[in-house]
Design a protein around this ligand. Structure first.
Ligand code: PAF
Length: 282
């Protein structure tokens, strides 16, 4: 197992691969590694000669100090989980100072409007923080390919846009949502749910599947009304938003247009945990 906390020690390891024109895959994470992360790592292991996973709880993407403080951190456990998949994966677990020196602030990005929709509207500054850290990681690791889960579909589109705009030479690969057998999308936040909460949370995917079925024959407004009324009748959840958006622009739509791809995006609170999920509708 290779674990590095500094850029220079990591670079020493990666240089041997670069010198032989071998490919490097990167899976950026904030730790609390679960099977969803492992599915990204599996893909990278298949595609590349060397796979790096970064474990870094990025302060600039949190707009709530308590959320940042509460974020689960357990490097020892993460290392064991990663090791169970392969002992060839390189772990990069830097300190905040290693990444930001003494200037823990975000760069300001324009993502052509993607940043104003959904999560961007709910969490001001969040995507500047994500763009900042992902750009730094890309510059440090210089991966050929980087893997992001479709659970955070908006983040995936934003990272693709950041790469397009900055001209960084990395292919951003989206990997489909990894779900529990129950259908619940895997997430580090699921750890904060009780056993009963974990069972109740499967409701999210059930509603998304029903929305997808209805989307075949109903217009987006009708489907949205259906989802909102389902949540109104379920006292366990507090629905933050459900919206149907164009995959390319992430703008909410009220009508379907031929040739466009649509997704339903859902955020709901259960037991004080903010759960996020989405589904491809066509
Ligand atoms: O999805 C995450 O875990 C984070 O937003 C990321 C991409 C690792 C950046 O900190």
């Amino acid at each position: 197992m290779f674990i590095y906390t500094t850029k220079t020690s990591l670079e020493r390891h990666l240089k041997a691969f670069r010198d032989q024109n071998k490919t490097i895959g990167l899976v950026p994470t904030m730790g609390a590694i679960h099977d969803g992360h492992l599915s990204l790592l599996e893909k990278s292991l298949l595609d590349n000669d060397c796979t790096v996973v970064s474990i870094f709880v990025n302060p600039t993407q949190f707009n709530n100090a308590e959320d940042l403080e509460k974020y689960p951190r357990n490097l020892e456990r993460d290392v064991k989980t990663i090791e169970s998949l392969s002992d060839q994966i390189v772990i990069f677990a830097p300190s905040v100072t290693e990444i930001y020196q003494n200037n823990t602030v975000s760069e300001s990005f324009s993502y052509d409007g993607l940043e104003f929709e959904m999560e961007g509207a709910q969490r001001p500054g969040h995507f500047d923080g994500v763009g900042t850290v992902v750009k730094k990681l890309f510059e440090i690791i210089r991966p050929n390919q980087a893997y992001f889960g479709e659970k955070d579909f908006q983040q995936l589109q934003i990272v693709k846009k950041m790469v397009e705009k900055t001209g960084l030479n990395v292919k951003v690969v989206g990997v489909s949502i990894h779900r529990e057998l129950s259908g619940l999308a895997m997430s580090s936040r699921n750890e904060r749910l009780s056993a009963q909460g974990l069972e109740q949370a499967t409701y999210l995917y059930q509603v998304l599947l029903e929305a997808k079925k209805r989307f075949d024959s109903e217009n987006p407004v009708k489907v949205q009304q259906f989802v909102e009324s389902e949540f109104k009748n379920n006292p366990n959840f507090d629905l933050e938003y459900f919206t149907i958006a164009d995959e390319a622009t992430l703008k909410s739509v009220t009508e379907k247009e031929a040739g466009h791809k649509y997704r339903g995006f859902l955020v709901a609170h259960l037991e004080g945990v903010r759960l996020i999920d989405n589904i491809s509708l066509n």
